[in-house]
Write a protein that binds this ligand. Sequence first.
Ligand SMILES: CC(C)(COP(=O)(O)OP(=O)(O)OC[C@H]1O[C@@H](n2cnc3c(N)ncnc32)[C@H](O)[C@@H]1OP(=O)(O)O)[C@@H](O)C(=O)NCCC(=O)NCCS
Length: 178
Amino acid sequence: MTLQYSPVPGVQVQPHLLPARQADFEAVATLFRELHQQNASLDARFTLAENWRQVLEEQFRRTCSQSSSLWLLAWVGKKPVGLIMLENHLDSPLFRHRSWVELVALYVRVAYSGTGLARRLMDEARLWAAARKAERMQLYVTTSNEHARAFYRYCGWKPVQEIWRLELPAKATSDIAW
Ligand SMILES: CC(C)(COP(=O)(O)OP(=O)(O)OC[C@H]1O[C@@H](n2cnc3c(N)ncnc32)[C@H](O)[C@@H]1OP(=O)(O)O)[C@@H](O)C(=O)NCCC(=O)NCCS
């Protein structure tokens, strides 16, 4: 086996990519929390709900072995170091091109950033989507997350839509009786 990188000088480690199984929920939750702490530091509106763990666990246990979802973990020994989550999507029958795969989450621990692990996870994601005959993949990324945006561009992704936000005052009055 070829060892492709050395995250710690002198130590050669090749993370192992494996679809998450029921028993891996703790690893998924740990990485998911770290990812969302980072997301919330860029935009407080992405702060996780109080009961996020319970919601995530329910979603994970229901979908981790379904063919419409992928929860892929990267391991170094018993330590989880990366996560990618994908989901099949079907838009309203109003639209001709309604089927796509959402890249729901991508996270690589800082110690493994810049090592090619994110690229490997992305390559597997593309293969998974292609195996489902998906026409396209889509994702949401925070505008200020410049590193992630540069990474997606590098992987061939292009922005095609924007999400615009209007923050509303706590109290607004209207002449109309809603
Ligand atoms: C976004 C994230 C997954 C990227 O992973 P990473 O390990 O930091 O990515 P890398 O720096 O290793 O870059 C991987 C590849 O992209 C290339 N790349 C990254 N930024 C680039 C840039 N600005 N210009 C050109 N290439 C770039 C690297 O050269 C590398 O190529 P290689 O594998 O062929 O050598 C990672 O930083 C992360 O988990 N961030 C926190 C969570 C997050 O923001 N997730 C996305 C939320 S939408």
